[in-house]
Design a protein around this ligand. Structure first.
Ligand code: PEP
Ligand code: MN
Length: 356
């Protein structure tokens, strides 16, 4: 529900309106308006509240009910596109942000080599999984906390922002068979500039709630990936979980969906068509991950260009200094030279869209 105030509404009117919202057990948020009208967003379950409950108050012009099931992340609720900040880095708006790095952090030499060329290409954000959600329990599970520390060192050395995945609320098993002291989520919140939620966790609603609550104060950005078999509505409702529980800084990230394609041709099916849909339905920045969407490095360039042309605000790309020997997703990791071409050409397409 959105309450539009009249042009001559006083501070006292607004106070009375906020009191009435609270009296109904609801919350509120001041909304950004492009027309100068003061707008108050009413948060919580408004299904039993009649419009008249607010309309009878002085200073209320109209009351609009949000029809979308996802409310706070919808354009209906707030028409202005949201810019999310990771420190001084603006994500959304005119900026095209590229994030790149290996699928998994493997060792110091690999992390350093990749960080060096990623930063050399002018890429602002380095990715890399310290905790890896692997399909096989026998596959490399990630370096854990040690990997986060390597990434944090690259942040200092190369002035990169870092994005890394929190896979759950559990404590990571260490190589020696023990457990890390803190949970994966706690560790990632502590080290990352942007917290990635993977496709497999998109529907772990308790996890989303916990993540949002633990980042309520810091409001660290969350890169939320679309589940491989989730609808656009499910995806936006997962984003709503994060925003409704206290963290509004959500970046949506498409990464291909499960269709009936054979994996030898493409790992998933690129959901490029969802980019303009998400831009229209929601006010959040929309990213695309061409690496997981295709599964093969030869196709990453094409999907990157298509995603930017379709209006993506950024790309998250897997790259490796030695793809043939990568411990995870080597076939979809682009080389430094391929990454360079993607970045340069993606920026040209973005400039074209902006009319520059
Ligand atoms: C990843 O980014 O390394 C990853 C595991 O991606 P997704 O969650 O999209 O499978
Ligand atoms: Mn990967």
């Amino acid at each position: 529900m959105i309450i539009h105030l009249t042009r001559d509404a006083t501070a006292k009117d607004k106070e009375d309106i906020l009191d009435r919202i609270q009296a109904a057990g609801l919350g509120y948020e001041d909304l950004h308006s492009t027309t100068g009208t003061v707008l108050i967003g009413v948060l919580g379950d408004t299904s039993t509240v009649e419009e008249g409950y607010f309309l009878e108050l002085s200073g209320v012009d109209k009351v609009i009910r949000i029809s979308r099931p996802y409310k706070l992340v919808s354009r209906e609720f707030s028409s202005a596109s949201k810019t999310v900040f990771a420190g001084d880095l603006a994500i959304g708006g005119d900026n095209l942000v590229v994030m790149a790095g290996p699928c998994a952090l493997e060792n110091e030499a690999q992390v350093e080599a990749i960080a060096r060329y990623v930063s050399g290409l002018g890429i602002a954000v380095m990715r890399g999984g310290a905790y890896k959600p692997r399909t096989s329990p026998y596959a490399f599970q990630g370096l854990g906390l040690g990997g986060l520390k390597l990434l944090a060192a690259m942040r200092e050395k190369y002035k990169l922002k870092i994005v890394t995945e929190a896979t759950g609320l559990h404590r990571h098993m260490t190589a020696g068979g023990g457990r890390e002291e803190k949970t994966v989520l706690e560790n990632v919140i502590e080290y990352a500039d942007i917290i990635q939620v993977g496709a497999r966790s998109m529907k772990a609603y308790g996890f989303l709630q916990e993540l949002a609550m633990l980042t309520k104060d810091s409001k660290k950005p969350i890169l939320l990936k679309r589940g491989e078999s989730s609808t656009i509505k499910d995806f936006l409702l997962a984003a709503e979980y994060l925003v409704a529980n206290g963290n509004p800084n959500v970046i949506l990230c498409l990464r291909g969906i499960r269709a009936f394609e054979e994996e030898k041709f493409q790992r998933y099916t690129a959901d490029i068509g969802a980019i303009p849909v998400l831009k229209k339905e929601s006010n959040l920045p929309v990213f695309f991950d061409p690496s997981h969407a295709t599964g093969y490095r030869t196709n990453v360039y094409h999907l990157s260009m298509a995603a930017v042309a379709a209006g993506a605000d950024g790309l998250i790309i897997e790259t490796h200094n030695d793809p043939a020997h990568a411990l995870c997703d080597g076939e979809q990791c682009v080389t430094e030279a391929q990454l360079k071409k993607i970045k340069i050409d993606a920026e040209k397409i973005r400039a074209l869209l902006l009319g520059r």
